[in-house]
Structures are given as C-alpha cells and as structure tokens.
Design a protein around this ligand. Structure first.
Ligand code: SAH
Length: 354
C-alpha cells in the first residue's frame, strides 16, 4: 500500500467517510494488501456489533412476470424465452410455513413487478403471514410502487423492503434502464419507504455495464448519506437473453473489497453475501462473509419454479443455496468461524450510528 492508500484507509476506518475522489482513488489503486487491511477492520467492527453471527433469511421468489425492461435482467418483459410463473397465495404461505419449520424467522417475498400482486392481494397475504408467524419479519422486494401502496403494505405488517438503487449516478441509471424508468422515481421510492418506517435496503451490481470507479464512488457516497439498514451488492452476471449478454461479469475481488468498504462506512448495516457472489465462485459466500458480510438468503421457493427465476445465467438455486440445506450452509459458516443465527436479526444501531 502506498502512503496515500494507507492514509485513506485509516481515515475511512476512523471517520467512516471519504470524499468522492478519495473513494475513487481507493478503488482504482486497490491491491491485495489494501483489501486484506480493510477486510480485517471490517470484520473487527462487525464483530463488535454482531459477534460471529450470520443471519439467515428465507427467500421466496413469488413470480417472474414483470412489466419492467431493465436491460441487465433475465426476467425483463422483452425476454420472450422466459418461462413465466406466478405462485399462488397458498403456495407462498406453504413456503413460509416450511421456512418456519426449518428455523427461518425472516421471509423475503421477491418478484417482478406484476399487477396481479396488487395491494389487496399482498396485504391479505402479509396479514396471513403475520398471524401464522407473529415472531417473523416480513421483507418485501417487489420493485417500485406508489407511496400509498407502500403505506398499505406497511400497515398490513410488512417490516422491511429491499429496493436496490442500482446506481447513484443518474446518467448511468439511464444506461441500465428503459426510458420509462427513472432515477428520480427510484430515489422517491427509497425515501418513501424510509419515511413509512420500513427498514430499507438499497444496493447495486458490481461491474454493471458502463460502470466506472467514479460511479462506484457515488454509490459509496450515497450509502454514507442514506445509511441503509440493509445493502445488497453482488457482481453483475450476464444473462444470455438480454442486451448485456456479451458484457463481462463483475469480479469477486472488487465485490469483496466493496463489502469491506461498506461495512466500514456504516458498521451496523446488514450486508448479504449474495447469490450472485455464490454463483461466480464456489467459495463466494465464505469470501463475502470474511470481507464483512453478515447475511445469507437461501432459496425457499418451490423447487418446480426455482430455475425460472433466472435473473442471470447459472444463478444458483440448488445445493447449499437451498433453504432445505441450511445445515450444510451452517457447516460451511462454522468452518470459517461463524454461527448461523435464525432469530429475526434486526439491525443493531447503537447511539453513534443513529
Ligand atoms: N423487481 C424487484 C426485484 C428485482 S431482482 C426490484 O426491482 O427490486 C433483485 C436484484 O437482482 C435487482 O435489484 C438487481 O440488482 C439484481 N440483478 C438483476 N439482474 C442481474 C444480473 N444480470 N446480474 C446480477 N444481478 C442482477
């Protein structure tokens, strides 16, 4: 590490903040020893708050019908080869029951933007989930909706909402999305969710097409100011039926580096070692945890639909990715010195992080 790198890394650790150009310098000049240094401190600050806990969430992919046309996504509406499905309410509730028996105390309902999952349908389902399992958190990841809709879902009992900002750079946002989607609406959604009292997750893909280190620096500045309760980052992985099919994937190395930086920016953040990270390397999950992540989200969807929720090529959905294999995942976490925790796993904000 050169002197400037060391100075920036140390300031990030003590002040939890850098200027945009400084993040950019850190990213552009990163090295194996800088990554190791930041990971060591990321793990230390995480341990002070969470010990050696890794939280688990059961992910139910409720449908892949989507009105949006995000250029990177395998379930975009223009993809005619996508085999569409929508789970019934009974199927979704049965998945949640199964998850409960497996020990999960958070269910995440994720899906494409499908008008079938109206406020009425979703509110009914959330109420049923909450009355069947009052000790569970319900997390939603259903894309952009109106303030009124988010308010109704919150009122019905939803606790958390995951909506990646995708990129904090307006122009970059426009390169990843069709003209009818807007950066302003994405940000409006995140702010509405926060105002309604949700625990809110943002995030972005590492190595997304057209992404520069300046964009990543803007993402980090955004995370500094927004202080998300959760932050999902994983490598971009191309999908063969999208306009980005020939783009190179993001790297595990840069993803892990950024996981450490995000942990240091906001120590209490809940940071998943994502499925995409597990997809690009067999030890991706472990490397994510060792860089500062503290959440894993195994797949609880019915086996019959799992392959259809194909956001990108070769997306993992079986083996240790499967919620049913939680004990194998547990062994893998134990092997690197961590414990799987199946409680509700809320963000733990101390005085200094509020
Ligand atoms: N419709 C919901 C859920 C989207 S899928 C929503 O809009 O929030 C969840 C996340 O998967 C997206 O936010 C995106 O960041 C990620 N994703 C989509 N396509 C991907 C790809 N090709 N590679 C890696 N991650 C991808």
């Amino acid at each position: 590490m050169n002197e400037r790198m060391r100075e920036l890394a140390e300031r990030l650790i003590t002040e939890r903040s850098l200027a945009g150009e400084e993040y950019q310098y850190l990213i552009e000049n990163r090295s194996a020893d800088a990554a190791a240094f930041l990971a060591e401190h990321a793990v230390r600050v995480r341990r002070e708050i969470y010990g050696n806990a890794v939280f688990v969430r059961g992910l139910i992919e409720i449908g892949n019908i989507c009105k949006n046309d995000c250029l990177y996504c395998g379930i975009r509406r223009s993809n005619r080869s996508c085999d569409r499905y929508r789970l019934t309410e009974e199927q979704i509730l049965a998945c949640a029951d199964e998850g409960y028996l497996l020990g999960f105390r958070t269910v995440v309902l994720q899906g494409g933007e499908d008008a079938y999952f109206s406020d009425e349908v979703m509110c009914g389902m959330i109420r049923q989930l909450k009355s069947a399992h009052p000790d569970c958190a319900v997390t939603l990841s259903l894309g952009e909706r109106s303030l009124e809709s988010y308010a109704a879902l919150r009122e019905a009992g939803a606790d958390r909402y995951l909506l990646r900002h995708e990129t904090a750079d307006r122009e970059h946002y426009e390169h990843l999305h069709p003209p009818e989607m807007s950066f302003d609406n994405r940000m409006r959604c995140l702010n509405d969710l926060r105002a309604l009292g949700y625990q809110v997750g943002c995030g972005f893909m590492v190595g997304a097409p057209f992404q520069t280190s300046q964009h990543l620096a803007e993402d980090l500045r955004f995370i500094e100011s927004f202080k998300p309760d959760m932050c999902g980052i994983g490598p971009f992985v191309p999908h063969h039926d999208t306009p980005f099919k020939d783009e190179p994937p993001g790297t595990i190395e840069l993803t892990c580096f950024l996981l450490s930086v995000i942990r240091l920016i906001y120590p209490p953040v809940l940071l998943p070692a994502t499925t995409a990270l597990g997809t690009i390397a067999p030890d991706g999950r472990e490397r994510g945890i060792l860089a500062g992540a503290n959440v894993v989200m195994p797949n609880l969807s019915p086996v019959s639909v799992r392959k259809k929720y194909e956001l990108y090529d070769n997306k993992l959905c079986t083996g240790d990715e499967s919620a049913q294999c939680i004990s194998r995942l547990e062994q893998r976490m134990n092997a690197i010195g961590y414990e799987i925790v199946t409680d509700i796993g809320d963000i733990r904000k101390g005085k200094c992080y509020e």
